[in-house]
Ligand binder design. Sequence first.
Ligand SMILES: Cc1cc2nc3c(=O)[nH]c(=O)nc-3n(C[C@H](O)[C@H](O)[C@H](O)COP(=O)(O)O)c2cc1C
Ligand code: SF4
Length: 661
Amino acid sequence: MDLRFGDSKPTDEERAAVDAVLGPPDSSWEGADERSEADLRWARGGRAARERRDLLLPGLHALNDRVGWISEGGLDYVCRRLTVPPAEGYGVATFYSMFSVRPRPRTVVRVCTDLACGGAELCGEVSDRLASTSGVAVEASPCLGLCERAPAALVVRAGPMSSPAPPSSSSSAGRAEDPTGPNSARPALEDERGARSAPPAFEERGPGRSPGDSNPVAAQAVVAPATPDTITATATAPETAPAEPPAALAVPQAGHPGLILLDRIGTVDPSSLDDYRTHGGYTALRRALAIGPADVIREVTESGLVGRGGAAFPTGRKWGATAAQPDHPHYLVCNADESEPGTFKDRVIMEGDPYALIEAMTIAGYAVGAHLGYLYLRGEYPRALHRLEHAVAQARARGLLGDDVLGQGYAFDIEIRRGAGAYICGEETALFNSIEGYRGEPRAKPPFPVEKGLFGKPTAENNVETLVNVLPILTMGAEAYAAIGTEKSTGPKLFCVAGSVERPGVYELPFGATLGELLDLAGKPDNLRAVLLGGAAGGFVRPDELDIPLTFEGTRDAGTTLGSGVVLALDDTVPLPRVLLRIAEFFRDESCGQCVPCRVGTVRQEEALHRIAGRTGAAAADDIALLRDVGRAMRDASICGLGQTAWNAVESAIDRLGAYE
Ligand SMILES: Cc1cc2nc3c(=O)[nH]c(=O)nc-3n(C[C@H](O)[C@H](O)[C@H](O)COP(=O)(O)O)c2cc1C
Ligand code: SF4
């Protein structure tokens, strides 16, 4: 593809898709066919267009959703509209795995080949079956965040649908629950939840609901648990995909008394604002508005809440620092990019209790002095997107977002932005670049986001789970919240348990419960070989280490990490070298390539693991020494957490589990 504006023209379909996001072009500089008066005001028009660069990612989504790939003519057009150099537009389009700048069929099947699914063979079989179907492309995918229903696949179909739209979320489509789900032994609760809450499996994109949501129709369908039959059937007729089971089926404890964060999941109708209010919704926001921003920050600080996105930074301190910045505007950003392999807790919250996140974002925005919040959602979560878009629209319509929230004179709104398949965009500064329309490459820190974050302005960026913790802090009070858990790790914590357990799902426990207690709840296998804590960026522990307390300090003292709350159990039938290779492949694939230690180190790590896959002892010694050298360089010299942690799991497998001995 040429890196200058060329002669390629967008098709009518592509032009319509981009115009639906950006509006019709004002001048021929922006790609209009006819010259207009505005052409004489080029300088002003150019600056105005450049200020909309953050619409580049939604514009690329629009093209991809409409025709299934991004052609030279389509890219040129969106770049011209936003006065983005096409070379830069190309750099952005090629950064994301959900986009293609080469022609491909309108239907793409993404089969998860990551840790919990291990679907490489499934992917191969589906490719073979669909090889003769020219309208479908099959791709291996990193973790789709559906680990409790592994193996999983996602069918994405661009362009107009061939059949009428599926019924809405409250229709009978929702009753076709999957009786084979992991928790099908809870029929009464399930029926009640399913009837009210399950939307169709096939999530449509309708026009004009958000900047990323501009196309006439495009759709995604989740297939999980997936078989070659269900994937091929969905790929060829996605609109007939069976409904997804209710989000509550991912919560084995659903309905148990004592839950705090998961309390509403399975009892509240996720599509109903009224039901959310009936179940205590918006009590926390009312209290926040009554006590004022400074006291909200004080409560959050005294609660001891620390971030649940992996870095465990104190939330009250982050909010206080953002609120204190003299520069304006301030922004709030919710990180819902959830792409750490094995992590799916944020998805379950967003699908099962979406208004909780909207309320929590409103409180956070109020506390830090922001009037606009961005919710950056990973591109592979169709049901979460559907529910959040609905929740935002309802909250707006009912005065819970907008110019005068709850009639208290505070203005706040939320914009949802879709990611497009890039794990690194979960790193907070990469996420800002992604929203701003640049490649999702992490920025050097300092300056920290509280000072210069999104659009160079003070920004509080928080994980979904962190934010929803603010609701109980405000309703029960900081002191009562801080009494949960341990002195240094306060409150409840969500854990994503998957792999070789009987009841995979999201579990809520107070900090301080042991790993063994959690695994007992989930149904630990007799032949447990290892547990991966914290995801690909985390580390392995042995079956004789199950008394590790699940706290930040407890896991640190044990030489491991809680990370994003992944607890992946592996029994002794799972080939460890293959798991390590998958982890290495993941980091090599997901490295943004910006810094040498990570770009080269992740390649060398994968190569060494390939070489020693079938070796042990002396035959593996040289490569293990090389792995240690490379790992040290990545940890010490990488710019961001991806490179710094890319060797953690492999190191722990060698040192703790005796891999390759
Ligand atoms: C490679 C990488 C990926 C990350 N992915 C996520 C993610 O998906 N979700 C998230 O909340 N934080 C993620 N983080 C952590 C964020 O950079 C940031 O620390 C966090 O969102 C801050 O929110 P918190 O204070 O509420 O935890 C990631 C960090 C790195 C280095
Ligand atoms: S450590 Fe890796 S992912 Fe992070 S900036 Fe460097 S190359 Fe990019």
